[in-house]
Design a protein around this ligand. Sequence first.
Ligand SMILES: [Zn+2]
Length: 149
Amino acid sequence: MRPEDIKQAIADSLPEGEEICQFIPDVHSERKNYALAVTSHRLIICKKGFIKHNYSDYPGIRLEKVLLEEGFRRSTVTLEMKGGEKLNFERLDKDNARTLCGFARTMISEADSRASVAIKICPDCGAQLKKRAKICPYCEYKFGEKTSG
Ligand SMILES: [Zn+2]
């Protein structure tokens, strides 16, 4: 799959109105090669397999912290997720690294401000939903219903 095709496959999988803000066709993490797409709501990491590519979705709402380590030519970005998972992107082009950090920080602050408004956020994909929504239209997450009595 060419980088353009990966980008297109990711774009096609997004909910309507959500677009890719940044696409990095080659990121290194733990000695492996990935493609990374950033939207206003999530990070999508594509693990480039020999036969099939695997896509992982990291909702912005799960992001906790962004760390930028700038080297002489290359930078490392570490994204900490709620729950302790860490994503480490190494040897990034400096501009890419800064842009990525910018988007990640925006996602964190927006998730924080949205959480304080009288709406609810889907815990699975980070979408902003009406309070009475019982099912998320984006990822089909079902909100628990207490049926006591
Ligand atoms: Zn959802």
